[in-house]
Ligand binder design. Structure first.
Ligand code: ASP
Ligand code: MG
Length: 412
């Protein structure tokens, strides 16, 4: 017997037919003798509809009321799933975030889960009740409804699993696992059987959309195994999915496990900046003050060493604010000119095996050079290499890297 948390995403609860299908997956786990808690998203498209209604009501709106509105999609699916489960003779009850309560920070629209009181839930689960928790929502210290950010019901599921000390958290979605890269770009992408928390964290942070970044962080901190699997599989015989886990046998570790890409990038270049101590602080201080996250940074010095050129990237959504912050600090930075580009993409090569293998970066640079793709900026960590390139080369670059590291599926 295990205690498990099962999460169903928007396409897995898109209508009553899909909700009945989710119930069949739950039924299987209950029949196997497991204690089950469930988290659901809103029906596919519903949260977008609610977000649009808020904008239409008023372009500038109270973030607390936005959360009150956009959290409601999950209220509907949690109640409907409980009704369907009951109809099948399974004891079930829905919980909205505030009823547990799922305590979060007051950062409306991007709240962090802080505390979940699970005593009552554990008793209920021990008595055979299936708990159905509305994902994505919580309660602030001021007792207002909060939401965890788009895609946040993954985080509800993992936070709940950690608080319940569950054995496993299963994330049901519309794909049968985590892939070596986006299969829409690379048809030869493969489903990954097992991947480490840290690689999954890099993938999610670097643009792979399969899991909410915060959910992977939480799973890693709590050493919680997470499975990504498809609700579209036959409930009687589901496929293996992808297991995200802390313990990886070194023999299983590939040098490179995946290629991710992110289009939400923009590049800013400052030319003819007088090169003197404090220049980086003059540039990046105002961006930090504006709460803008800077990702890649490249600084080059002119031949005579008197001036420097600084290139950095920020999310495309922050581009206008970033350039405004730099212009506002022009007297202090004293740059000659500023240029920017939003038609850029960040492509990343990820793998824990990079720690022990030399030459991984060189292979990437060579593969890109052979395709005539110019690299605008580079960043690396112990387990990833990211390059910034022109957006028009995204597919070419992802395919070339996927193949050069041997990730392509071997044709059957
Ligand atoms: N329904 C929310 C959204 O669309 C949360 C989620 O699905 O994870 O962002
Ligand atoms: Mg999602």
């Amino acid at each position: 017997m295990s205690r498990i948390v099962m999460k169903f995403g928007g396409t897995s609860v898109a209508d009553l037919g899909r909700i009945r299908n989710a119930a069949a997956h739950i039924q299987r786990e209950v029949a196997a003798g497991n204690e089950v808690a469930v988290t659901v998203s809103a029906m596919a498209g519903e949260t977008n509809r609610l977000v649009a209604l808020c904008r239409e009501a008023s372009p500038i709106h109270d973030a607390r009321e936005y959360d009150a509105v956009v959290s409601s999609g999950e209220n509907v699916t949690s109640g409907l799933l409980a009704i369907v489960l009951q109809g099948e003779g399974i004891e079930a009850r829905s919980f909205q975030g505030w009823q547990i309560p799922m305590r979060t920070s007051a950062a409306h629209g991007a709240a962090r889960v802080e505390e979940i009181d699970t005593a009552d839930l554990r008793t209920r689960m021990g008595n055979g009740q299936v708990i159905v928790v509305a994902g994505f929502q919580g309660l602030s210290p001021q007792n207002r409804i909060t939401t965890l950010g788009r895609g946040g019901s993954d985080t509800t599921a993992v936070a709940l699993a950690a608080a319940l000390q569950a054995d496993r958290c299963d994330i049901y979605t519309d794909v049968d696992g985590v892939y070596t890269t986006d299969p829409r770009i690379v048809p030869s992408a493969r489903r990954i059987d097992r991947i480490s928390h840290e690689e999954m964290l890099e993938m999610a942070s670097l643009g792979a959309k399969v899991l909410h970044v915060r959910s992977v962080e939480l799973a890693m901190t709590h050493d919680l195994p997470v499975m990504v699997r498809s609700s579209f599989d036959d409930p009687a015989a589901p496929g293996p999915g992808t297991l995200i886990t802390g313990e990886m046998n070194p023999m299983e570790q590939e040098t490179v496990t995946s290629i991710a890409y992110s289009k939400d990038e923009s590049q800013v270049t400052l030319r003819d900046v007088p090169d003197s101590p404090g220049v980086a602080s003059a540039v990046f201080g105002p961006l930090a003050d504006a709460g803008i996250n800077v990702d890649m940074i490249v600084q080059t010095v002119s031949e005579d060493g008197t001036s420097t050129q600084i290139t950095f990237t920020v999310p495309e959504t922050e581009y206008a604010r970033a350039t405004a912050a730099i212009e506002g600090a022009r007297d202090n930075i004293r740059y000659g000119s500023m240029e920017g580009d939003t038609a850029v993409v960040k492509v990343s090569v990820i793998g824990v095996g990079m720690r022990s293998h030399a030459g991984v970066a060189a292979t990437a640079f060579k593969a890109l050079a052979e395709k005539g793709i110019n690299i605008r900026a580079i960043t690396t960590s112990e387990i990833k290499i990211s390059v910034l390139i022109d957006a028009e080369y995204t597919e070419l670059a992802v395919r070339a890297l996927h193949s050069v590291y041997g990730l392509d599926k071997v044709p059957a």
